[in-house]
Design a protein around this ligand. Structure first.
Ligand SMILES: O=C(O)CC1=CCC(=O)O1
Length: 96
């Protein structure tokens, strides 16, 4: 199951820089692990915003929730999720 996920990061202005940098480092490690597993298929920065648009490939909505809620930045993100299905005009055969 594919999902478009938009994450907007809202770190508190009062958070110490070292704490914020540690969170971002851990977030990168977790994200890259999920990418290697094929769960986090795409990660794009939204230009001009501290936000990303991502594509997740998961077995269930529950699994998606588990992955998202396990992200180190989860407490500091607004997250919008949209389910995706194949577009009838797509010529790609690798989208499920
Ligand atoms: O910077 C972001 O958009 C949040 C984030 C997601 C994966 C990652 O490494 O950072």
């Amino acid at each position: 199951m594919l999902f478009k996920v938009e994450m907007t990061v809202r770190l508190p202005a009062t958070m110490p820089v070292a704490e914020a940098e540690a969170l971002k480092t851990t977030e990168r490690e977790v994200a890259q692990g999920l990418m290697r597993q094929g769960r986090w298929r795409h990660l794009w920065r939204v230009a001009g915003r501290y936000a990303n648009v991502s594509i997740f490939d998961v077995d269930s909505v529950e699994q998606l929730h588990q992955l998202l809620s396990g992200l180190p930045l989860f407490p500091y993100m607004d997250i919008d999720v949209a389910p995706l299905c194949r577009h009838p005009s797509s010529i790609r055969d690798d989208d499920r």
